[in-house]
Design a protein around this ligand. Structure first.
Ligand SMILES: Nc1ncnc2c1ncn2[C@@H]1O[C@H](COP(=O)(O)OP(=O)(O)OP(=O)(O)O)[C@@H](O)[C@H]1O
Ligand SMILES: [Mg+2]
Length: 387
């Protein structure tokens, strides 16, 4: 998903949604695109809406917030008045308002429009924080439907919904069975991670700013490693490289591939501690002869697609550990089932498609860092991070 795609959608549609894994750069992407194109926007945070138990209240707060007022050039006096008004209004009980004159969302739209007459955007970021709230998702549905009601549409406001892990369209279709809402939303292609080349560019830039010397060949090797452990998720790339930079500093600002092991370990401890515990909790506790479950977890990190079924894992185990295959069924299905259970499941089971997916991409990174294959003994070994 590139800038151009986002922009063309943002211009044409009443509402669109942007989704992707956490840390992938969704917030970064819309801020950059909207600023570059001089499109005025305010960001309402769904985490706040969840705290306030009202999306409308959060939108109103954003519009009258002092910083926003200055940034968008609102009339301070008018904003102060409206702010006091919102403080008084019990926005949760919209029924008590005369909809034309006093409905808080309409007032907020009017205020926004009075300073910014051109097309403008309200971003609802971090949608995931309200996905489990029936009430707030219903409120969102109502707001989306109101956007093309002529009283609201007059204010020339579009909504951009941003969040993880999947599209809001799917939510409205499946959970609420609401085509009318889904029809109003245009979902932009998933914001995917950086590719190996982009990771390479970021590292190159960092190295040059820190004046660390590196040859092209070594840089390529390094980028490949960083890409493979971070899956190209922008935030993780930055975090990993920070750890690597400290290791290089300790080494007198000289890069050496042997420092990667140190960086892996530091990074795992700094940002993946919780993931590490989850992965560890799912490994075979005793050293059984084959430790099939560990093989399964190891192979899960080798799958190239997001969703997979037990036959994919079965096939990978046969390929990776050919010396351990029994004549009978290996029972991969039930192992995958176990990995999807408990208070901290590693996988999510998709009932309708009978497939699995890793619950958090960081678990994948963790598995890649922690487990390796002892080919001679056809076993999965856990790297010891003893600290
Ligand atoms: N294309 C990019 N190049 C370099 N750095 C990037 C890029 N995209 C994002 N980043 C950086 O990665 C980090 C995470 O980005 P961002 O906060 O936008 O992620 P997000 O998808 O909004 O995550 P969340 O769902 O957790 O809110 C930020 O520090 C951002 O500056
Ligand atoms: Mg974000």
């Amino acid at each position: 998903m590139g800038m151009r795609g986002l922009l063309s959608h943002a211009r044409d549609l009443i509402a669109c949604s942007l989704y992707g894994e956490s840390g992938n750069g969704k917030s970064w992407l819309y801020k950059n695109v909207l600023r570059e194109n001089n499109t005025p926007f305010i960001v309402a945070n769904c985490a706040n809406a969840s705290r306030l138990n009202s999306i409308t209240q959060e939108i109103c707060n954003c519009i009258v917030e002092p910083g926003t007022v200055r940034k968008l050039g609102f009339d301070e006096e008018k904003a102060a008045g409206i702010s006091a008004y919102f403080a008084k209004a019990d926005v949760k009980h919209k029924g008590s308002f005369d909809i034309v004159q006093e409905e808080p969302l309409l007032e907020a739209f009017r205020l926004f429009h009075s300073t910014v007459p051109q097309k403008k955007i309200i971003v609802l970021d971090n949608l995931e924080s309200i996905l489990n709230s029936e009430d707030l998702m219903t409120e969102l549905a109502d707001i989306l439907i109101l956007l093309d009601d002529s009283r609201y549409a007059a204010f020339n406001i579009n909504i951009l919904i941003v969040g993880i892990p999947y599209g809001v369209l799917q939510y409205f279709r499946e959970t609420k069975n609401s085509e009318s809402v889904a029809n109003r939303i245009n979902e932009i292609d998933k914001v995917s991670g950086l590719d190996e080349n982009q990771v390479n560019k970021i590292i190159e830039k960092g190295f040059s700013q820190l004046e660390i010397l590196i040859t092209t060949g070594t840089l390529d090797e390094l980028a490949k490693h960083v890409y493979s452990v971070t899956l190209g998720i922008a935030q993780r790339v930055h975090e990993y490289c920070e750890m690597l930079a400290y290791a290089i500093e300790e080494n007198g600002w000289k890069y050496d591939p042997s420092l990667l092991r140190q960086a892996d370990e530091d990074w795992l401890y700094q940002s993946l501690r919780q993931c590490y515990q989850v992965v560890e909790g799912h490994l075979n506790s005793r050293q059984t002869a084959v430790a099939r479950r560990n093989q399964v977890i190891y192979c899960v990190a080798k799958v190239s697609s997001h969703q997979f079924d037990s036959s994919v894992i079965d096939g990978l185990i046969r390929k990776e550990f050919p010396g351990t295959i029994p004549e009978t069924n290996m029972g991969i299905g039930s192992i995958l089932g176990e990995l999807s259970k408990g208070s901290n499941p590693l996988l999510i089971y998709n009932n309708s498609a009978n497939t699995y997916a890793v619950r958090d991409p960081r678990y994948l990174m963790c598995i890649k860092l922690v487990l390796y294959k002892d080919s001679a003994h056809q076993k999965v070994v856990k790297r010891d991070f003893s600290r």
